[in-house]
Ligand binder design. Structure first.
Ligand SMILES: Nc1ncnc2c1ncn2[C@@H]1O[C@H](COP(=O)(O)OP(=O)(O)OP(=O)(O)O)[C@@H](O)[C@H]1O
Ligand SMILES: [Mg+2]
Length: 392
């Protein structure tokens, strides 16, 4: 359950006439609705300037708590963006507070006669979410203990301590969400809490080791590990990595994400950010220097690679490059060529284990990259290992 509230709405209502106030509320609702829909949440109720949102009902996902927090972060970001316009037109900035908590609820019809609500929810969680919301600083998100348990490892949190909530018995541990965590993949987030010894899977592991040995000898191999969620694809992959840790090699991982299946090159961007040590919001001069130094170390075509990677990672180049039509298909081809060249150059230095995790969520551009790698690098010291659920 997520509860969003607009700060100081009474003061705003006093200051603006109802028509302007309605327009302001419209901008705020638009910003929230887009963020919520993008993460497949359901806006259940508009209570004045507050919004009650469900994640997990009517459509359930395996990661609804994470989706709620991502939607909350996106809503705050969208509101900040909308404020640019609002400030020039109305001279105010809109800010919100968001509370999120998970809990057992009963869903279904409630009410009577013409005001029957078919998708109502009865339980403590919406009340706690609303109370938590009131504890949040402006433009901040706070989560209750149950939601915190489900999002652990996925976000950076700040402990706000044990707090009393009106109408709730006993103090509640409250955490503020600061940002998304830099963790690499879903499996890594889970193993932070401990990994169990591998049971069975000797045959699968031996098969993977055999392909690895043949790859090391200079013949690219490609293995697709498919199976239902939780069957142990990532666990087997981890066992392979542990088993070959003494061999000289490098692991290149693309981690696909359910939330970014339509963001071109999303897993590729993250791989490059990790490789070159540049930030996700790369913008400062040092990012540029790190990128240039990294490219020089690789020994690839420096100018072309720099042009493609600054564009891909959104690093401003000032007046250093001629303007190129980056949305054109010819630039996309150049981008793919550069990416394949980076991987190919790495395989000349040492064998590469190229992992594509959760390929069922891969975006079309990244998939094209993987296809090209398999097509072109046939005689490289490369093992391409793809994990995916059956729908891939
Ligand atoms: N053979 C095994 N021995 C021990 N633990 C295992 C084994 N297979 C799976 N597990 C454990 O089960 C959980 C789920 O496994 P894993 O994350 O590897 O599944 P997956 O197939 O990658 O699922 P998804 O499609 O969601 O990525 C993990 O905690 C993992 O450590
Ligand atoms: Mg997995």
């Amino acid at each position: 359950m997520m509860f969003i509230d607009l700060i100081d709405s009474t003061a705003l209502a006093e200051r603006f006439d109802p028509e302007d106030m309605r327009r302001l509320l419209g901008v705020y609702h638009q910003a929230c609705a887009r963020a919520i829909e993008a993460h497949e949440g359901h806006i259940a109720l508009y209570i004045g300037d507050g919004l009650l949102v469900y994640f997990g009902y009517p459509n359930a996902h395996e990661d609804d708590a994470i989706r709620a927090v991502l939607a909350a972060l996106a809503a705050i970001a969208a509101l900040r963006e909308a404020n640019e316009l609002i400030e020039t037109e109305y001279g105010v900035r809109l800010q919100a507070r968001i509370g999120i908590e998970t809990g057992l609820v009963v869903a279904g019809a409630i009410g009577a006669g013409s005001s029957l609500d078919h998708r109502a929810i009865v339980g403590e969680a919406p009340i706690i979410a609303a109370r938590l919301q009131s504890l949040a600083p402006p433009d901040a998100i706070v989560v209750g203990p149950a939601a915190q348990h489900l999002i652990q490892g996925s976000f950076k949190l700040e402990d706000l301590g044990w707090r009393e909530l009106k109408g709730v018995t006993g103090p509640v541990r409250v955490q503020r969400v600061l940002a998304q965590a830099d963790t690499i993949g879903r499996f890594e987030i889970r193993v932070v809490q401990g990994i169990t010894p591998l049971i069975g899977r000797a045959a699968e592991l031996e098969m993977l080791r055999r392909h690895w040995r043949q790859s090391v000898d200079g013949e690219m191999h490609c293995v697709l590990l498919t199976g239902e969620p939780g069957i142990g694809k990532s666990r087997v992959l981890r066992a392979l990595c542990d088993g070959i840790s003494d061999d000289t090699h490098v692991v290149v991982s693309l981690h696909c994400s359910a939330y970014y299946r339509n963001s071109p090159f999303w897993p590729v961007q993250h791989w490059l950010q990790r490789t070159f040590g540049v930030g996700p919001d790369a913008s400062d001069a040092s990012d540029m220097e790190r990128l240039e130094a990294g490219i020089a170390r690789l020994g690839v075509d420096a100018d072309e690679t720099l042009l493609v990677l600054t564009n891909l990672l959104g690093i401003p180049t000032g007046a250093r490059h001629p303007t190129v039509e980056t949305s054109s298909s010819s630039f996309k081809r150049r981008t793919l060529d550069v990416l394949v060249a980076i991987l190919e150059t790495s395989t000349r230095v040492q064998p590469v284990l190229f992992v594509v995790e959760d390929a069922h969520w891969i975006d079309p551009s990244s998939l094209e990259f993987v296809r090209l790698v398999v097509e072109r690098l046939v005689s490289s010291r490369l093992l391409v290992l793809v994990t995916a659920r059956p729908e891939f």
